[in-house]
Design a protein around this ligand. Structure first.
Ligand code: PMP
Ligand code: GLN
Length: 378
């Protein structure tokens, strides 16, 4: 058998979570909350399931949920998406990102990818025969040099993938980033994936800069989101994609044969739950507090950091502690002191080791404090 993806192994998230379990370590590696979702949301799931909402959902998603998403996006970002033709519910953002890439990228097309990059983009580009064009961002601020981006544009550039708030770095787009990006794609046949799964997890009064806030970008963007992140339900795998009608038509051609539709009772439950805006407006302060609990717990340690601006990840440098390679160090910490993290080199195709680990702070306070206590002894 000839593999189509010969260089691809098991994801780092599966690997590190398994290692954490094997060694009984505190698992701050894979990004998922270790606390329960709101009992009200769980009650709604049970209610819809009990009352017969258990058959195939419409291919595009449950109408009520598409409508609620459309309303929320209008309210938060001032952008109008028609709920019938421009909003599609997917099985997690992972499916949405895959479908958006598959709908757009053909063999030989170039796709600009900023590294460190979330690990699902490249296999999708690869399978389509696309050619990734990498732009490397560096610790500690991971800022994008837009002149460099401009210099990488070629007649073959078909897509740019952006992610804000950013996994793994915790950086976020500014209004200037949005404007610079808009200048670059203006008058060019370049499409965008906006991975905005952490749109509601943003700190210190910053506001999320969605691609849809700029009308020129909105026209060319597949904006992908996920309820897993926002409502502590990563296991439900309910995501969505906003795209203008013409792009949504193509997106749906892929979606309908990838999964056809997704988990029905959860879509009804989420539609109802979104009616109360406080359910998502309360998320930034909830996670900012978690970030601060973690940062206070490592404040006296030898780790160096700048506070995460968004997402539920904190990067820390251990350059003051050892010059060990980050992949080896993450494994060593899991096995010896019982705290698991993700080495950030895995998010660079050339495994750039900057002595930086990613810790997920979507954990209960006790876990965060305990982890901080242990890390502070290093
Ligand atoms: N993009 C990023 C940046 C993520 O962190 C994740 C979740 N780990 C996803 C996409 C996928 O989201 P989902 O779990 O909804 O498929
Ligand atoms: N997005 C999560 C993370 O970055 C993991 C998702 C997954 O395991 N596929 O940790």
């Amino acid at each position: 058998f000839k593999s189509k993806l010969p260089n691809l192994g098991t994801t780092i998230f599966t690997t590190m979570s398994a290692l954490a379990a094997e060694h009984g370590a505190l698992n701050l590696s894979q990004g998922f909350p270790n606390f329960a979702a709101d009992p009200e949301l769980l009650r709604l799931l049970g209610e819809y399931s009990t009352h017969g909402f258990n058959q195939y959902a419409p291919m595009t998603g449950v109408r009520e949920l598409r409508e609620q998403l459309s309303l929320k996006t209008k309210k938060l970002y001032g952008a109008h998406y028609d709920s019938e033709t421009e909003v599609t519910i997917s099985s997690g953002a992972t499916e949405a990102i895959f479908a958006a890439i598959a709908a757009t990228v053909s063999a030989g097309d170039e796709v600009i990818v900023f590294e460190p990059a979330y690990d699902s983009y490249l296999p999708a580009i690869d399978l389509c025969g696309g050619i990734p064009v990498y732009i490397t961002l560096h610790y500690p601020d991971f800022q994008i040099d837009w002149d460099l981006v401009k210099s990488k544009i070629s007649p073959k550039t078909k897509m740019i993938i952006v992610n804000t708030p950013h996994n793994p770095t915790g950086s976020v787009f500014s209004e200037n980033d949005i404007n610079e990006l808009a200048k670059i794609v203006a008058d060019r046949d370049i499409y965008l994936v906006g991975d905005e799964v952490y749109e509601h997890i943003i700190f210190d009064g910053l506001s999320h800069q969605s691609l849809c806030t700029n009308s020129a970008l909105k026209e060319k963007s597949f904006i992908c989101g996920s309820f897993g992140k926002t409502f502590h339900i990563t296991g439900w795998k309910i995501g969505y994609c906003f795209a203008p009608k013409e792009l949504s038509v193509e997106f749906r051609k892929i979606h309908q044969y990838l999964t056809f539709s997704t988990f029905t009772p959860a879509q009804y439950a989420l539609a109802k739950y979104l009616e109360n805006e406080n359910n998502y407006l309360s998320i930034p302060s909830f996670y900012q507090r978690k970030r601060d609990v973690f940062l206070e717990s490592i404040a006296g340690s030898r780790f160096e950091f700048i506070p995460s601006k968004g997402s539920f990840f904190q990067n820390v440098s251990y350059a003051n502690i050892t010059d060990a390679n980050d992949a080896e160090y993450a494994i060593q910490l899991t096995k010896t002191i019982g705290v698991a993290s993700i080495p950030t080199s895995v998010f660079y195709h050339q495994k750039l080791d900057q002595k930086v680990l990613r810790f997920c702070f979507a954990k209960d306070d006790e876990t965060l404090q305990k982890a901080g206590e242990i890390l502070s002894k290093l």
